[in-house]
Design a protein around this ligand. Structure first.
Ligand SMILES: Nc1ncnc2c1ncn2[C@@H]1O[C@H](COP(=O)(O)OP(=O)(O)OP(=O)(O)O)[C@@H](O)[C@H]1O
Ligand SMILES: [Mg+2]
Length: 379
């Protein structure tokens, strides 16, 4: 049989092939019974017409199949039907190939070439469709994995939150007990009051962070932006961390250019970012460590660098330090405490200012550097 004859015959048989294919697929591939999503069936006529053209014009069957959009769409649709497997998808095409060959062959013996062309065309169809199917399935799986991971993180976070809030509360209860029951010794009373005050402040800080994060996530934070001298903002934030620096005997140095750098920013929120970075530098740097803060300006804008020679960040954590709840493992006492919210808040707030923040570290024990970039306001 010449290819033209086979092509002509195929054209005539399109309605029959479609009907037979539909019937067989419904019987043999159960999920395909959902007619709305049977993209392949809807585009079957078009696909068979192209096949007839391939037979008639000697077009390359692989190119012809690859150029069609519907194998891709079909693969995508099937992958989205969660119960559908790759085997079922291939079976659909297999049935189509069988029906086409059976319909063409009884009265017209297909010559070798025509048969080869049809099979090649199908193979390419299956290849493209299955490729898309697998790609979409992998994307869906990755998404499901991420959701599951975030769910686990939330569970872990709740457990940690309970722990972190119970510690200061325990200290406050003990202090109150001492004040009520203990000896009326002035120094002891003062000590107990100090503990209670410090721990209450710590608790308030944690609760503020939690509420802030929730508000940032809901897009409820609006910046009150004014023209600010970045040097002054950094100095003010340093004062917040000063107590911690002194307590831990850190050597803190600050450098800034003679030219003032101005930014359009929310003073409170920017201060919150810098103090978070300074407090981190203090918390994660051993006694007597060095902390360097520098203000710079380059072609892109303003930079604030906070560098320490502290515990550093393990390479595998570096990419995730700004993610919610990410914390390097700590000893069983979880010295240093914290909820792992600080850097998440910093990044979101800096991004609200059209800036960005980056973490660098050569690894555990090698110190860390945080670089904040902000657009400058020309004086
Ligand atoms: N300067 C730093 N040096 C070493 N590790 C750091 C530094 N800053 C942050 N990290 C690591 O990144 C983690 C996340 O920091 P982040 O500020 O988000 O949370 P936190 O300090 O643990 O708690 P929070 O800030 O909510 O009180 C920290 O737990 C710590 O492991
Ligand atoms: Mg922190």
């Amino acid at each position: 049989m010449s290819e033209n004859l086979a092509a002509k015959r195929l054209q005539e048989l399109i309605p029959t092939i479609m009907a037979r294919w539909d019937e067989r697929v419904r019987a043999e591939v159960p999920p395909a019974a959902d007619a709305k999503k049977v993209i392949l069936r809807d585009s079957l006529a078009k696909m068979l017409e192209v096949m007839a053209k391939v037979l008639g014009d000697r077009t390359d069957p692989r190119t012809a199949a690859r150029d069609l959009a519907y194998p891709t769409i079909h693969g995508e649709e099937r992958a989205n039907q969660a119960t559908y497997t790759l085997e079922e998808l291939i079976l659909e095409f297999h049935i189509l190939q069988e029906v086409v060959l059976e319909e063409l062959e009884p009265d017209h013996r297909l010559d070798k070439r025509d048969r080869g062309v049809i099979i090649q065309y199908f193979n390419e169809m299956v290849r493209v469709t299955a490729g898309e199917f697998v790609r979409v399935q992998q994307t869906l799986q990755a998404y499901a994995d991420r959701l599951a991971q975030s769910d686990r993180s939330k569970d872990e976070f709740l457990a940690m939150l309970g722990h972190e809030l119970r510690n200061p509360l325990g200290a406050i209860s003990t202090a109150l007990f001492l004040l009520q029951e203990g000896p009326a010794d002035g120094a002891a009373r003062k000590g107990a009051l100090e503990v209670a005050t410090r721990q209450a402040r710590h608790m308030k800080q944690m609760l503020d962070d939690l509420l802030d994060l929730a508000r940032i996530n809901e897009g409820k934070i609006t910046l009150q932006r004014t023209r600010l001298d970045l040097g002054i903002e950094v100095q003010q934030a340093l004062e917040v961390a000063q107590g911690l620096f002194s307590m831990r005997k850190h050597v803190v140095s600050v450098s800034q250019p003679v030219e003032r750098i101005y930014v359009m920013a929310d003073s409170v929120r920017l201060g919150q970012c810098f103090s978070n970075l300074f407090v981190n530098a203090a918390k994660y740097t051993n006694l007597g460590g060095r902390i360097e803060v520098s203000l710079e300006r380059d072609h892109e804008g303003a930079l604030v660098r906070v560098r320490d020679n502290g515990v550093g960040i393990p390479t595998h954590l570096l990419a995730n330090v700004f993610d919610l709840f990410t914390q390097a493992p700590r000893g069983p006492d979880r010295a240093g405490g914290g909820l792992g919210l600080g850097l998440t808040i910093v990044r979101r707030l800096i991004e609200l200012h059209e800036g960005r923040v980056e973490a660098k570290s050569e690894g555990a024990g090698m110190g860390s550097e945080f670089v904040v970039r902000l657009p400058v306001l020309d004086a």
